[in-house]
Design a protein around this ligand. Structure first.
Ligand SMILES: Nc1nc2c(c(=O)[nH]1)N[C@H]1C(S)=C(S)[C@@H](COP(=O)(O)O)O[C@H]1N2
Ligand SMILES: [Mo]
Length: 200
């Protein structure tokens, strides 16, 4: 997988004061594709994001997403299969900026991400609202490639990467937690790379 010597970019701490390279991870310059089931081929014209549950029911299209504040984020990507990538530039809409346009009920405490192709993953709302959780459409200046979840995926830099659904298609606001696809299949509910929360 193209491992390289521990170089300057992996030393020290990240933007949140955590070690740049979490324990049990190896750095790669490649960007492996990890998809369970078939790759989804969705054009930006047909892409839709449905919002339901304990929030305003809404459907956003590509132009609605583009009309929201756009943010660039330089961040690292940690996969539970032990590889990490560093310092990519991700661009898109922060989840918290999307939520600011919705009416979310106070009982909403959890979010289920639903992807085209039925992949799901769950996180507490409060973690989704962290300053770096993004609905990303651009990667290092280019449209996010379809194998990596284009036109739009969720990216959660402070969780293992399965916590971000590629081909994001729905956000369901819930009062109670519910396990997503990998969480039902033995992966950690919380997925903190710095605690090596891989499986339960
Ligand atoms: N829709 C969808 N999203 C997904 C997955 C998937 O199978 N389907 N795999 C997850 C897992 S396990 C990982 S590690 C990352 C991998 O993202 P990448 O293929 O861009 O490296 O996407 C996550 N998001
Ligand atoms: Mo994964």
């Amino acid at each position: 997988m193209g491992l390289f010597e521990k170089s300057i970019e992996m030393q020290g701490v990240n933007a949140y004061g955590k070690p740049k390279l979490p324990s049990g991870q190896s750095a790669t310059r490649k960007f492996p594709v990890l998809t369970y089931g078939p790759e989804q081929v969705i054009s930006k014209e047909e892409w839709q994001l449905h919002i339901w549950g304990l929030a305003t029911i809404r459907t956003l299209g590509w132009s609605d997403l583009m009309a929201l504040p756009q943010t660039k984020l330089r961040a690292d990507f940690h996969c539970v299969t032990h590889w990490s990538r560093f310092d990519d530039e991700w661009e898109g809409v922060l989840f918290k900026h999307l939520v600011a346009t919705l009416d979310v009920k106070p009982e909403a405490k959890h979010v289920m991400q639903h992807a085209y192709g039925d992949y799901t993953t769950n996180l507490p709302l409060i973690w989704m609202l962290e300053e770096d959780v993004m609905l990303a459409h651009t990667f290092n200046g280019d449209p996010l490639q379809k194998e990596h979840g284009g036109p739009v995926r969720v990216f959660t830099p402070r969780r293992y990467a399965w916590k971000g659904a590629k081909w994001i298609h729905g956000l369901e606001f819930l009062a109670e937690d519910k396990p997503g696809f990998w969480e039902q299949n033995g992966y950690s509910n919380t997925a903190d790379p710095w605690k090596e929360e891989r499986f339960w």
